[in-house]
Design a protein around this ligand. Structure first.
Ligand SMILES: Nc1ncnc2c1ncn2[C@@H]1O[C@H](COP(=O)(O)OP(=O)(O)OP(=O)(O)O)[C@@H](O)[C@H]1O
Ligand SMILES: Cc1ncc(CO)c(N)n1
Ligand SMILES: [Mg+2]
Length: 576
C-alpha cells in the first residue's frame, strides 16, 4: 500500500538533556476508598453512553504525504457517534504516562481516542532513558490526518517537546476548531527535571494557554509558567491559579500531587470567578506515574461527553483516586515510580466481599435529602432537583418521597440514579427497600419505625449501603449490631419537614457521635446559618450534614448547595 509517509530519522533529534527521574511519593495515611466506590465510579456514566462504535472510513490506496485521505463513506447519524478525544502527546514505552495513559483513560471512560505523537520516549519505572522528538512537520501531518477526517470533540495536549511542535498545534487548532482544549503543560518531572525548554514555556504563555479551556499544571509547572514563583502551600497554589488564569485560559487546575507533607492530595480549581479546593485522601503507593496525563485525559473525556468543566474535573479526580487505590500494591518494574491500572474495572472487582470496604464515610459530607412537597412548590421534578444538588457539590443523595405513587417513585429513582452515577455520587432511598431493589439504588435509609436495619441487610445483601436514624447512643449501638453502614442523628435543630420529631440539639448529637462506632451525619434544621456550628463539634465520627429545606426549599438549588459546600468545607478544614 502506498500510504506510507516519509520515513523520518528521529535519531538526529535526540535530546540528551531530556531526562525524567520519577520518585515515588513518600506520604503515608492509607485511605479507605471502598471497592464499591471504585465500582460505582467505574460504572458512572455507563448508561449515558449508548453510542455505537463508529464504522470506519475505508482507506484509499493512493495517499501521498501531501494528501489527506478522502472518506469514501460518511455517516452523520447521531446513533453512530461516540465522543472523541484527540491526544497530542508523547509516547511512554513503559505505558504508564503519555499517549498510552491517554488511550487507557479514554477507554476506561468509554470515549474514542485518537493520537498525534509528538515525541517517542524510551522510558520505564526507573526514569527516561531517551527522547526522540517527532519533527514538527510530521506532527502537523498527523494533526491534519485526524482533524480533517474524524470528528474530534476535545483536544488534550501532553508533552510538546519543542516550540515548533507547539506552533503547528496552534495553527491546526485555529484551522480545525474543537469544542474544548485541555492543556496539560508537561514540562517538569516529579524530580524537577526539565522536559520542555524555555522557548516552549514562552509558547505556552503566549499562544497555547490563551486558547485553552483548562490548563492543568502540577506545582512545579505552575511555578515555571510564572517565572519560578515559589509554590509551597495550598494558599500559594491559589495565587498561582489566579496568575495563570491571567495568561488567558478559561480555567486552571493546579494539581497538588507533588505538594510535600500532606495527607491529602489537594488540587485548586479556578474558573476565573471562584476557587474550588478539591481534596482526596493521598493514596500511599509508589504507583503514581502518569497521574497527570490521566487526570487531563479524563477531564477531556468527560468534556467530550458533555460534562461541565467543574464536573469533568471532579470526575477525573475521583477516577485517579480510584485507579491509584485499586493499583496500590501493583508491582510493575523495579524503579521508584510504577504505573497504575487504568482499566481497573476489567478486573473482578464486582465481587467485593469485605463489608467494611464498600462504603466511603466521607460521602456523608454534604448529604442532600429530597422532599416532593418542596419540588412541587417550586415547580421542578425530582430529577431536576437532584441534578442541581449534585452539580452544586452534594456528595450523597437520599430520595425521600413520602407521598409518591410507587410506579412514579421507581421511575423517578431510575432517572436520579443515572444522574448520580454520572457524578460518582451514591443514591439512597428513604424507607422503601422495594424501590431501592427495583432501581438498583446504592442503598436505603431507614428510621426507627421503618424496616429494621438487620432485616434490611438480609434483604439487600452485603453490597448495599444502609443508614439508620438514631437519637440516642442505644440506637447507635443497635444500628451497628444490625449491620448498618452509617447513622443519621437528629433533629439537631427544630424543623418543619418532620412532625413530632424530638430535637436533640448539639449536645444530644455530640453524645450520639461519641458513642457511635459508625460514621454519623447530622440532620434536622441544618442550613447556612448553623452548619458551621455543627461541623465545629469536631467529633471524629461526625462526617457531615444532611439537609432538606436549606437546599430544596430555595429558588436556586445549585447556588445553595455550592454555598453550603463552601461553608462546611471551611469549617471542616478549621476543625481538623
Ligand atoms: N498519591 C496520590 N494519592 C491520591 N491522589 C494523587 C496522588 N498523587 C497524585 N494525585 C492526584 O493525581 C492528580 C494528578 O496530579 P499530579 O500532581 O500527580 O500531576 P503530575 O505531577 O502532572 O503527574 P505526572 O506524574 O503524570 O507528571 C491530582 O488530582 C493529584 O491530586
Ligand atoms: C511521554 C510522557 N508524557 C508525559 C509524562 C509526564 O508524566 C511522561 N513521563 N512521559
Ligand atoms: Mg504532569
Amino acid at each position: 500500500m502506498s500510504c506510507v509517509f516519509n520515513v523520518v530519522d528521529f535519531s538526529s533529534h535526540y535530546s540528551p538533556h531530556l531526562h525524567l527521574h520519577l520518585h515515588a511519593h513518600s506520604q503515608i495515611t492509607p485511605p479507605l476508598l471502598s471497592k464499591r466506590a471504585i465500582n460505582r465510579f467505574w460504572n458512572c456514566n455507563s448508561d449515558s453512553i449508548n453510542h455505537q462504535t463508529p464504522r470506519f472510513v475505508k482507506m484509499q490506496s493512493n495517499i501521498t504525504s501531501n494528501s489527506i485521505p478522502t472518506p469514501i463513506h460518511t455517516f452523520d447519524s447521531e446513533l453512530n457517534k461516540i465522543p472523541h478525544v484527540l491526544t497530542v502527546a508523547g509516547s511512554d514505552s513503559g505505558a504508564g504516562a503519555g499517549i498510552q495513559a491517554d488511550l487507557k483513560t479514554c477507554s476506561a471512560r468509554r470515549v474514542y481516542c485518537s493520537t498525534v505523537i509528538t515525541a517517542v520516549t524510551a522510558q520505564n519505572t526507573l526514569g527516561v532513558q531517551g527522547v526522540n522528538i517527532v519533527p514538527h512537520d510530521f506532527v502537523q501531518h498527523q494533526l491534519n490526518s485526524v482533524l480533517s477526517d474524524i470528528n474530534v470533540d476535545v483536544v488534550k495536549t501532553g508533552m510538546l517537546p519543542s516550540l515548533s511542535v507547539l506552533k503547528v498545534l496552534c495553527q491546526s487548532l485555529r484551522k480545525f476548531p474543537v469544542k474544548a482544549l485541555v492543556v496539560d503543560p508537561v514540562m517538569i518531572s516529579t524530580s524537577g527535571d526539565i522536559l520542555a525548554g524555555p522557548s516552549v514555556l514562552d509558547g505556552f504563555r503566549e499562544e497555547l494557554l490563551p486558547m485553552a479551556d483548562i490548563v492543568t499544571p502540577n506545582v512545579k509547572e505552575a511555578s515555571a509558567l510564572l517565572g519560578d514563583l515559589p509554590i509551597k502551600t495550598v494558599s500559594d497554589m491559589r495565587t498561582a491559579a489566579k496568575l495563570i488564569h491571567d495568561l488567558g485560559p478559561r480555567s486552571v487546575l493546579v494539581k497538588g500531587g507533588d505538594l510535600p507533607n500532606s495527607s491529602e492530595a489537594i488540587d485548586i480549581f479556578y474558573d476565573g470567578q471562584e476557587f474550588y479546593e478539591l481534596s482526596s485522601p493521598r493514596v500511599n503507593t509508589r504507583n503514581t506515574h502518569g497521574t497527570g496525563c490521566t487526570m487531563a485525559s479524563c477531564i477531556a473525556a468527560e468534556l467530550a461527553k458533555g460534562s461541565s468543566m467543574l464536573s469533568a474535573v471532579k470526575i477525573a479526580k475521583r477516577f485517579v483516586e480510584a485507579a491509584l487505590e485499586y493499583s496500590r500494591d501493583l508491582l510493575i518494574g523495579n524503579g521508584v515510580q510504577g504505573p497504575f491500572d487504568h482499566l481497573l474495572a476489567l478486573k473482578n472487582i464486582n465481587q467485593s466481599s469485605y463489608r467494611q470496604d464498600r462504603f466511603n464515610p466521607n460521602d456523608l459530607f454534604l448529604y442532600a435529602v429530597t422532599d416532593s412537597g418542596m419540588n412541587r412548590k417550586w415547580g421542578r421534578s425530582i430529577a431536576e432537583a437532584v441534578k442541581a444538588a449534585v452539580e452544586g457539590g452534594a456528595t450523597i443523595v437520599q430520595l425521600r418521597e413520602k407521598d409518591a405513587e410507587t410506579k412514579d417513585f421507581v421511575d423517578a429513582a431510575k432517572v436520579c440514579l443515572k444522574i448520580c452515577r454520572s457524578y460518582g455520587v451514591p443514591l439512597l432511598i428513604n424507607d422503601r427497600i422495594d424501590v431501592a431493589l427495583a432501581c438498583d439504588a446504592d442503598g436505603v435509609h431507614v428510621g426507627q419505625s421503618d424496616m429494621p436495619a438487620r432485616l434490611a441487610r438480609t434483604i439487600l445483601g452485603p453490597e448495599k449501603i444502609i443508614g439508620v436514624s438514631c437519637k440516642t447512643p442505644e440506637h447507635a449501638h443497635q444500628a451497628w449490631l444490625d449491620g448498618a453502614d452509617y447513622i443519621g442523628s437528629g433533629g439537631v435543630y427544630p424543623t418543619n419537614t418532620k412532625e413530632n420529631n424530638r430535637t436533640i440539639g448539639l449536645d444530644g448529637l455530640k453524645e450520639v457521635c461519641k458513642a457511635s462506632k459508625l460514621p454519623v451525619v447530622a440532620i434536622g434544621g441544618i442550613g447556612m446559618s448553623n452548619a458551621r456550628a455543627v461541623m465545629e463539634l469536631g467529633v471524629p465520627s461526625l462526617k457531615g450534614v444532611a439537609v432538606v429545606s436549606a437546599l430544596f426549599d430555595r429558588e436556586c438549588i445549585l447556588t445553595e448547595t455550592r454555598n453550603l459546600q463552601a461553608v462546611i468545607s471551611e469549617a471542616a478544614l478549621l476543625t481538623q
